[in-house]
Design a protein around this ligand. Sequence first.
Ligand SMILES: [Zn+2]
Ligand SMILES: [Zn+2]
Length: 266
Amino acid sequence: MKLNFCSLSSGSSGNCYYLGNEFHGILIDAGISATSIRKFLKNMDISMQTIMGVLITHNHTDHIKGLEVLTRKNNLPAFTTHKIWKSILTPHKKISPDCIREIPLKQRFHLADFDIEAFPVCHDAPETIGFHICAGDKKITIATDLGHICQTAAPYIKAANLLVIESNYDEQMLVNGKYPHFLKSRIQSDHGHLGNHQTSAFLADNISDNLSIICLAHLSKNNNTPVKVLQTLQQAFSERGIILNGQQRISILNRDMPTDMIRLIE
Ligand SMILES: [Zn+2]
Ligand SMILES: [Zn+2]
């Protein structure tokens, strides 16, 4: 079985990720328009017919913008918790009821060729989850919006072979930037977003040979740059004497265009 991953879009303007093999695929979040999702998949020769569902992390627009249309026009089943569904359905009533699938927290469920477990993360939505997905002998963890890495989320993050983790803002750029005080405080809080130093320190403290691909995700448009993300991570690694082995790689996910396909199993 092959296994491919790519980010269609990552950041506060929209999040959508693809994971699939030669038979089936799934999406994680639908934070860009359904038209863009269909177009990007087509450009990668992925048929919409092979997409078996979309996993939703929380109700913020940058994660659900295309959800209504994907359920109504493509009849795509969407999976998230009862509490997150409640927060989505209040303002977005046009979601096709036939596509609503409720999932439990911290209990594996099966979708197409994937075993999936949702785990709670700390973020300023009614509920926010990350996903830990097993496919073949590979484990993929996606945690895009979280103010800090709590004890519940940490084991899922540490267990990944491919990790998609937020590195939202450069601490200096945020502090010196134009955002109002309340917004700066919200972003920096335990229920906001992860800064470059937070993410880098966690990765430097916990990296193992099992972690082969680190995708740094959900970069802020105004308070971060890919260069800052990479510099901060490289500095954290060098301070601890960490040298990546030949199989490990780091990818900074683009904010508004797809990344190259990452081939986890050739
Ligand atoms: Zn977000
Ligand atoms: Zn969010």
